[in-house]
Design a protein around this ligand. Structure first.
Ligand SMILES: Cc1cc2nc3c(=O)[nH]c(=O)nc-3n(C[C@H](O)[C@H](O)[C@H](O)COP(=O)(O)OP(=O)(O)OC[C@H]3O[C@@H](n4cnc5c(N)ncnc54)[C@H](O)[C@@H]3O)c2cc1C
Length: 406
């Protein structure tokens, strides 16, 4: 069997996360990197289905800073030869009750503390920014001018191109089959196309991240949960410069795409798959479009934008983003299996978070003294404690179902 080129760092999974990590590591001076991807091209699985929104308002300073780093990364890539199609159009966050309005004040305070510009604006100012929406019954609206959206497949292409410019190598059509361990630490891999030695193996295998961890003898609760959105046919008045929007009480988000309206949301009763129920060489079963769920998004949204009622859809985005029981990324090297490094469990913001995740991975691997936030994301929190799969799956589902919870 032919051998693959060996590398200091092998990254398994060429989605937004693996590619973002490759780019961040290469920028940090680590150039001996090989990215293996099972599909014929990178970015073809969950990443290709993303809605492409990037929001920076989060409930902790560290999470805001992570998102801000992603935005800086997208700006930087946007001036490269292959662009992620980053549109810094801003975002509106819309509340309809006082409790939510109080949360908005808190989010603005956290943003301000982190150095992110965000402010409460009036209903008339919001109307100027999104003329087709009727804001008359809103209680509070937050404007974040540096939020935006990108085209997920372009994000993948941009990371790949810019990482390759820095010397990163890519081998699509290559499936990881075995993680080789020598004297307790990672020493290499076996794939359908041969073997390769490495010092570090980064697991960014998306909905197969659980299986790849298992190959190294680690049990990690990374649970795929179904997610969907639709895009309408072109509608008059929808221009690409309109801000993204989020309506937490209705668990909806959206933006303009190709002259139509992209509308997605988080159902109160989610559908998940236990990753132990499908084998490592398979992705989760294909998502069947759930029209009652998608139609329920329209029913809610037309209260804010009545014209949204009249349009048909041109495209449905759907897939299995992964969730963790505590709703936090899993990033960093395992203490139990040195050389095995996680970059997964993205809780449905793996594209917008990819720039920040790359930075955290660099900090966890290359900084002799990583900060407390990075350490708190370590896979050790699951491998050094006891937990049950039933509870983990239920908790991960709850993270999805309460995505916009106060
Ligand atoms: C409908 C929908 C809307 C979304 N909207 C947004 C959004 O607006 N903003 C946002 O930030 N996120 C969004 N997300 C979430 C986002 O898509 C994911 O968080 C992100 O794509 C995860 O990237 P990834 O690289 O971890 O996974 P993937 O893109 O799935 O990449 C993992 C890769 O690993 C490969 N792989 C698996 N096993 C192996 C193996 N054994 N050997 C080799 N390769 C392997 C797979 O083929 C795959 O290409 C959305 C998701 C969905 C489904």
């Amino acid at each position: 069997m032919n051998s693959l080129p060996s590398a200091e760092i092998i990254i398994v999974g060429g989605g937004a996360v693996g590619l973002g990590c490759a780019y961040a590591l290469a920028k940090a001076g680590r150039r001996d990197i090989l990215v293996i991807e099972r599909e014929d091209r990178e970015g073809a699985v969950t990443t290709s289905q993303g809605a492409g929104l990037c929001g920076q308002l989060r409930d902790s300073r560290e999470r805001v800073e992570l998102a801000m780093h992603s935005v800086r990364t997208f700006r930087e890539l946007q001036v490269s030869d292959v662009k992620p199609d980053w549109n810094e159009v801003g975002s509106l966050r819309i509340a309809f009750n006082e409790r939510r309005a109080a949360e908005f004040h808190h989010l603005v305070d956290v943003a301000t503390e982190a150095g992110l510009e965000a402010m409460i604006i009036s209903r008339s100012e919001a109307s100027q920014r999104w003329p087709l929406m009727d804001f008359s019954s809103c209680t509070s609206i937050v404007w974040c001018p540096s939020d935006g959206y990108m085209t997920p497949s372009r994000v993948a292409a941009s990371y790949r191109h810019n990482a390759a410019q820095l010397g990163v190598r890519f081998v699509p059509g290559t499936a990881l089959e075995e993680v080789r361990i020598h004297q307790g630490r990672v020493s290499g891999i076996r794939t359908n196309r041969g073997t390769a030695d490495c010092r570090y193996l980064v697991n960014s295998a998306g909905a197969n991240a659980h299986h790849v961890s298992k190959m190294a003898g680690l049990d990690l609760p990374i649970v795929p949960v179904r997610h969907e959105y639709y895009v309408t046919l072109e509608m008059e008045g929808l221009t690409p410069d309109l801000p993204c929007f989020r309506i937490p009480e209705w668990t909806l988000y959206g933006r303009v795409r190709d002259g139509g309206l992209l509308l997605g949301g988080w159902e109160p009763k989610s559908l998940n798959v236990d990753p132990r129920r499908y084998p490592s060489e398979c992705a989760p079963p294909p998502v069947v479009t759930d029209w009652p769920v998608l139609n329920s998004f329209t029913t809610s949204f037309k209260r804010l934008m009545p014209s949204a009622d009249r349009v048909q859809s041109s495209w449905v985005g759907k897939g299995w983003p992964t969730f963790t029981p505590d709703g936090r990324f899993i990033i960093g090297e395992s203490r139990r299996v040195p050389g095995f490094v996680m970059a997964s469990g993205c809780n449905a913001h793996g594209i917008s978070g990819s720039g920040g995740i790359g930075r955290l991975l660099v900090e966890s691997l290359l900084d002799p003294n990583p900060g407390p936030y990075v350490r708190s994301l370590s896979p050790d929190r699951f491998t050094e404690s006891s937990w049950s799969w039933d509870t983990a799956v239920a908790d991960a589902a709850r993270v999805y179902e309460t995505y916009y919870g106060v």
